[in-house]
Design a binder for this molecule. Structure first.
Ligand code: MN
Length: 280
């Protein structure tokens, strides 16, 4: 468990000791469901990123995003926020003043390949995404391509991200890309994947080479399935940075603390910017 902002508990599914990447997916936090009534809720002060894209996906509540490009964007369940750091960006995340009391969601990072690591930063909000029925499951394609549908999200490597909702006593056979590795994470309820029954908090790594996956749920579930072509580039992560070498990480920390222009400045957040801890 880690803490984000002022006291919100989160579960870090990726990276773990056993698994650092699934395709280009390099980080996955599951926060809530948390009752933020009577508190200020999520409060993540201005901080930088390099070398990655952040994906925010909510099940409940609302989060307000600000970034150094001047973006000010509220996100609600069913919508996707995609921030591309490229060579450098900074942002903050907070619960808006009139937020609903429950907050529940995911934040993913996607490592950018060398071909996109130094691109200009960008921020995109996608208010609607393709939703498909597959046997007993309702699947939202928030990244990549599946079941004949493609997410509008601008991604730079071959990967997929699916939100899977299943009612009690249901099953589905989901077609997969056999050259992708996959992982499954339950957010609510329970899900049986092959012989494994998963509850919230465990990331099941599924590897490559599957043409399809049989999912069953006795109690109903809300889960995500992420996959991608094995990344094939070295990835070094420290604090909010994804890089290739220790020197790049150290420089990014020093540059943020020294207020280098390329990492930008977030305007309008009522709180302090975070300080980068130097790597050992
Ligand atoms: Mn961030």
């Amino acid at each position: 468990m880690a803490e984000v902002g002022e006291g919100m508990k989160i579960r870090r599914a990726l990276p773990s000791r056993e698994r650092r990447l699934i395709g280009a997916w390099c980080f996955l936090d599951h926060f809530g469901p948390t009752d933020i009534g009577g508190t200020r809720g999520m409060r993540v002060g201005p901080h930088p990123h390099i070398g990655l894209q952040t994906v925010t996906w909510l099940l409940e509540g609302e989060v307000l995003h600000r970034d150094s490009l001047g973006s000010l964007q509220s996100i609600r369940p069913g919508q996707l926020n995609l921030m591309t750091s490229g060579r450098g960006i900074s942002h903050s995340e907070e619960s808006p003043p009139m937020a609903t009391p429950l907050l529940h969601g995911l934040q993913f990072w996607i490592a950018l390949p060398d071909s996109a690591r130094n691109m200009a930063p960008a921020f995109d909000h996608y208010p609607t995404l393709p939703i498909i029925t597959c046997d007993g499951a309702t699947v939202t394609v928030f990244a990549g391509q599946a079941l004949g549908e493609r997410s509008p999200a601008a991604i730079h490597s071959a990967l997929v991200g699916l939100d899977v909702q299943m009612p009690p006593q249901s099953s589905a056979r989901l077609p997969l890309h056999s050259h992708f590795e996959y992982g499954a994470l339950v957010m609510q309820g329970s899900l049986t994947v092959g012989d494994e029954e998963l509850g919230p908090g465990t990331l099941l790594y599924l590897g490559c080479g599957r043409e399809s996956l049989v999912l069953r749920s006795d109690s109903g579930t809300r889960a995500v399935l992420v996959g991608g072509q094995p990344f094939g580039e070295p990835v070094l992560m420290w604090w909010n940075f994804v890089a290739r070498t220790h020197e790049q990480i150290l420089r990014a920390c020093q540059d943020w603390n020294g207020r280098a222009d390329y990492l930008g400045e977030v305007k309008g957040y009522d709180g302090e910017r975070l300080v980068a801890p130097l790597p050992p």
